[in-house]
Design a protein around this ligand. Structure first.
Ligand code: 4NP
Length: 150
């Protein structure tokens, strides 16, 4: 799961999918990163943490890191939150196989529409609830696919 800062959207996507993978007892590694170096080592944004806790999926333990080219070797699927993240990840791809791993997460819910998870960082509280709900739905689609692969 990849966004810009790895403190709002991608840690939420990471926490939600991790919880679902755990609940389903699947052996799938879930992680997240940011395309930027702005917040390396930081816990998720307080507003995202509060929303996450209130809605039943706390993410207090996650710490921000930056996406690296090695992630193409570690993961089968790389979900970008918006088109800017998507393009920045693609720039780091070395092969067509790397590039094929990169997807916009909301295309899981709305195939082919290239919708974006809005960046809640500069907005109000409601933005965080909306991000949670979008990512909850998108990770439901992903977990169902992973269950079918089992
Ligand atoms: P995120 O949100 O990409 O969802 O983690 C942001 C976090 C920090 C900044 C921008 C977006 N920033 O400009 O510091």
């Amino acid at each position: 799961m990849v966004c810009l800062g790895n403190i709002c959207r991608s840690p939420m996507a990471d926490g939600l999918l991790r919880k679902k993978v755990n609940d389903e007892d699947l052996s799938v590694v879930v992680d997240s990163a940011g395309t930027s170096s702005y917040h390396i080592g930081e816990a998720p944004d307080n507003r995202m943490r509060e929303t996450a806790k209130k809605l039943g999926c706390p993410i207090d333990e996650l710490r921000a890191r930056q996406f690296t080219v090695a992630d193409f070797d570690q993961f089968d699927s790389i979900y970008a939150m918006d088109r800017s993240n998507y393009n920045n990840i693609l720039k780091l791809s070395r092969t067509e196989a790397d590039a094929q791993k990169v997807k916009l997460i909301l295309n899981e819910l709305y195939p082919g529409e290239n919708r974006e998870v809005p960046d809640p960082y500069f907005g109000g509280e409601q933005g965080f609830v909306e991000v949670f709900n979008m990512l909850d739905q998108a990770t439901d689609v992903i977990i169902n696919k992973l269950k079918n692969d089992r």
